[in-house]
Structures are given as C-alpha cells and as structure tokens.
Design a protein around this ligand. Sequence first.
Ligand SMILES: CC(=O)N[C@H]1[C@@H](OP(=O)(O)OP(=O)(O)OC[C@H]2O[C@@H](n3ccc(=O)[nH]c3=O)[C@H](O)[C@@H]2O)O[C@H](CO)[C@@H](O)[C@@H]1O
Ligand SMILES: C=C(OP(=O)(O)O)C(=O)O
Length: 429
Amino acid sequence: MDRIRIVGGQPLKGRIPISGAKNATLPLMIASLLTDEPLVLENVPRLADVALLQRILGNHGVDIMVGGKRPGDGEYDGQTLHISAKRIVDTTAPYDLVSRMRASFWVIAPLVARMGEAKVSLPGGCAIGTRPVDLLLMALRHLGAEIEIDGGYVLARAPHGLRGGEIVFPKVTVSGTHTALMGAVLAKGATVIENAACEPEIADVADCLVKMGARIKGAGTPRIEIEGVARLDGTRHRVLADRIETGTYAMAVAMTGGDVMLDGARPELLQAALDVLVEAGVEIAATNEGIRVQRNGAGIAPVTVTTAPFPGFPTDLQAQLMALMTRAKGTSRITETIFENRFMHVQELARFGADIRLDGETATIAGVPRLKGAPVMATDLRASVSLVIAALVAEGETLVNRVYHLDRGFERLESKLSACGAEIERISG
Ligand SMILES: CC(=O)N[C@H]1[C@@H](OP(=O)(O)OP(=O)(O)OC[C@H]2O[C@@H](n3ccc(=O)[nH]c3=O)[C@H](O)[C@@H]2O)O[C@H](CO)[C@@H](O)[C@@H]1O
Ligand SMILES: C=C(OP(=O)(O)O)C(=O)O
C-alpha cells in the first residue's frame, strides 16, 4: 500500500491549481442517469472516487469515455467525461460497489425517476458517524415512491413515475437535497423542497440540470421549487472549483508560512473559512486568478469555530483547521455539529505532540511551539490530509499510511505541494 513521506520545515511558495470539486462531480455523474442523451462533464478531477463511480455507473449500462488532452492543456487540467446512459441495463447497485463509496447510494433517485424502480445496497458505515439515509428515503416517499428495505437493500418503486410533492427536511442534508432534486426533476407536477442544503455543489448540479431542460428555481437557497418535466436532454457542463481543496491548501500555507496563489479558487465558495484564517492572522487576497494566501513571520492566533451547513464553516475543513491550531499561540476551540464522530484525527495529531482535549462535540486545542514527525494513519479523507498539514511543519520525517483515503479526494496532492517547495514524496508498495 502506498505511503506518503514528508519532511517538515519548508514554507510553501508558488502556485497551486485548484481542481474541480469531488462533491459536485459525483452527483453530476449520477445525474447522467436522468437522460438518454450524452452528458459531457469538463474539469473532472482524477480521483479514486470518480474512477469508482465510473465502475458503478458502468454496471447500470452507462458508457463513459474519457476525453484526451487537447493542445495547450497542462498536467493539472481536469478530464472531460463523455457520459451516455442511453440504455440502462440494470437498476441494481450491488453491495460490493456501494459499500465502498457513500455517494454511490444517490443513484437511487435518478434510477427510480427514469426507470420506475431501483434496488440499491444500503451504503457502508464510515469513520465519521453513523450517516443514516432515512431523510433520502423520506424525500423519495414524498415523491410517491414505495420504499422497502430487504436484505440490506433499499427497493424503491414508482411504476407510474414519481409525482411532485412537498419535502420539508427536519435537518439540512446535502445527500437528501440531491436526492429530492434528482427525483423531482422528472416527477409529474410541482415539488417544493424546504430547509434544503445551500452548498454550492447543490447549485452546481441544479445549473447542469437546468441546462438539461429541468425547471428549477431557488437552488442554493433553503427553498427550492421544481416543476417536473417529461424528459431531459444532454448538455455540457464544467464542474465548479473544489472549495474544500482550496481551504485545505490555504490552511497548509497558513501552517508553513509562505506565499501561494491558489489558481482558479473562488472565495465566495468558502468565505466562512477564509474569515477564520484572517482571524488567525493569515493574509488572504482575492484576485482575478484565484486566492492568494500569505503568512509571513506573524504567528498563528487561536480561534473558536463551530462547523455548520453552508454558508457556515464546513465540516470538511474541520480536521485541517484543527491541525493548524495545534501550532497556534494560545487555546482554540472547535465544535463539530454535523457528524457525531468526526474526530478520528485527534489521536493521530497527538502522535506529533499536539495537545488536544475532547469533550463531547468540542475539541480544545492548546497550541504547542513545535510538532515532531511520526508514523501516522487516518481513517477518512479529510482526517488524512490534516495529518499532511501537521507533517509539513513537524520536525523530521512523517510517514502517512493508508494513502488511499487521500487519493479519494485530493488530485496529485504530493506533486502540488512539492511544486511549492514541500519535501514530500509517495512511496509505492
Ligand atoms: C459526497 C458529498 O457531497 N459528501 C458531503 C456531504 O455528505 P452527505 O451528503 O452524506 O451529508 P449530509 O448533509 O446528508 O449529512 C448531514 C447530517 O445529516 C445526517 N443525515 C443525513 C441524511 C439522512 O438521511 N439522515 C441524516 O440523519 C447525517 O448523518 C449528518 O449528521 O455533505 C457533508 C456535509 O456538508 C460533507 O461532509 C460531505 O463531504
Ligand atoms: C465525507 C466526505 O465524503 P463522503 O461523503 O463521500 O464520505 C468528504 O468529502 O469529506
């Protein structure tokens, strides 16, 4: 299994190109099931999750062709996927595929909307919490689907098609909102989604659906209105920039000091996180090219942060912020409100010498003057990258094990960081 070796101590300087967002790419690929016309997605990141979803969609009969490089394309330009779900040959998503990636469960909505039935394995548990799907199923029921759970599979049936309805989410859920949206676009009649997730990835998927002929108003706000249509066309869509990758590299620069331009980053997608970095003493400047992040000389000031749905501070940046705060001049508090068990990085950060106390959903981080490299391993994607951030300033060598978590969500992490002066390499095998 690959490992990443890092020797800390180098400030980051240079440019880091920001890739297309994983969390928009996955539902966009799934949206291809809604039409028998080709969907072309540009700026698709090269990630393990994308490759796995290609296999899962292939199992339903979807053809995916990866476009070749065009003259002038750089090594970091995203891929172009040509996706055609002209013929869906199988409406079952099997356990061995769905259990490996949670978002693959979301195929349930377009399959039942277009084909009238779907049989999808319940998704696997994962290291950040129990992550039930009750609200996704509630949304499908409100759209007229009959739902049964049998042998670890969810069977959703709507032989005469879905029909519009009112869906009021008791809590904000990204997966629930994607499901409701993808079901409602092909339902008969009008749907209103209340307390919808406002994450930019929802709005990006809705933009693409509108180009495909869907009638959607209010995506990106808590109230989304959809008027169902009988069929959708193909289209071409460019995946928006990854705000979590952006925030992660911004925190890496904040940690090491230095000066990096995050090319293609969009500040409005992560304003809450940028505000926290400014409070911590980091200089942030939005330019036409992206976001410039600098920290020269001044130390890191402690912060108090609570994760929240968009536009709040994202849970997907919580681990990275915690890594940064291990070196703050003072005591920080970070409260996680989205996932009940998203603190697996705490025990690993302790291996570097971090001083973190956990009390329920709040972590208290007493900044320490130095971290020391260690062998570490994490059980989820963002926790893994928080260890990379700590390693970039730790004295001596760190070996990050279980790199496959990083490969799920960070495209060419080691080459992007080494191009900015980090001493980082992948050790294969
Ligand atoms: C692929 C993708 O886009 N993943 C993101 C998505 O995950 P995901 O879509 O799974 O997260 P949700 O927004 O659905 O979950 C938010 C909260 O709602 C709970 N819940 C959710 C569904 C449900 O049926 N019942 C229920 O109780 C979850 O357990 C969690 O506590 O949004 C999260 C919150 O921004 C991010 O951390 C993930 O990176
Ligand atoms: C938790 C994440 O992804 P997923 O929902 O696919 O597990 C993430 O992107 O941080």
